[in-house]
Design a protein. Structure first.
Length: 106
C-alpha cells in the first residue's frame, strides 16, 4: 500500500516523471470509467441482473413447455380411450358405475 501512496507524490517522480504521470492518469481514467459503468442508468449491474432474469424465465418457459406436452398427451389419451377416461373420472371426481361400492374418506 505504501508504493501506491508514493505514486501521487510528484516529488518522488525523479527521472521517471513521464511514466509515473501516465500511471496516475491511467488510474484516474480507469476509476472514472468503472464509476461511470456502475452509476449510469444502463449500468453493468443492471445488465447482469437482466441476464439472470432472462435465464430464469427461459428455464420457466422450458418447464411450462414440458408440462404442456405432458398435459396434451394425457388429454389425447383421455379422448381416445374410454377405459382411461373412466379411470380418470373415478380417481379424480369419485365417479362410480351402478353397483360399485363407494367409500367416502374424510
Amino acid at each position: 500500500m505504501g508504493k501506491f501512496k508514493d505514486i501521487w507524490d510528484k516529488e518522488k517522480d525523479g527521472n521517471r516523471a513521464q511514466q509515473r504521470s501516465f500511471l496516475r492518469f491511467a488510474i484516474v481514467v480507469t476509476a472514472l470509467f468503472v464509476l461511470f459503468l456502475f452509476i449510469k442508468k444502463d449500468s453493468v449491474v443492471r445488465w447482469v441482473q437482466a441476464g439472470f432474469t432472462i435465464r430464469s424465465q427461459e428455464r420457466r418457459i422450458e418447464e411450462l413447455k414440458r408440462d404442456n406436452e405432458r398435459l396434451d398427451a394425457k388429454m389425447k389419451m383421455l379422448t381416445t380411450s374410454k377405459d382411461s377416461l373412466e379411470q380418470f373420472a373415478r380417481e379424480e371426481f369419485g365417479f362410480a358405475e351402478p353397483g360399485d361400492d363407494v367409500y367416502i374418506e374424510e
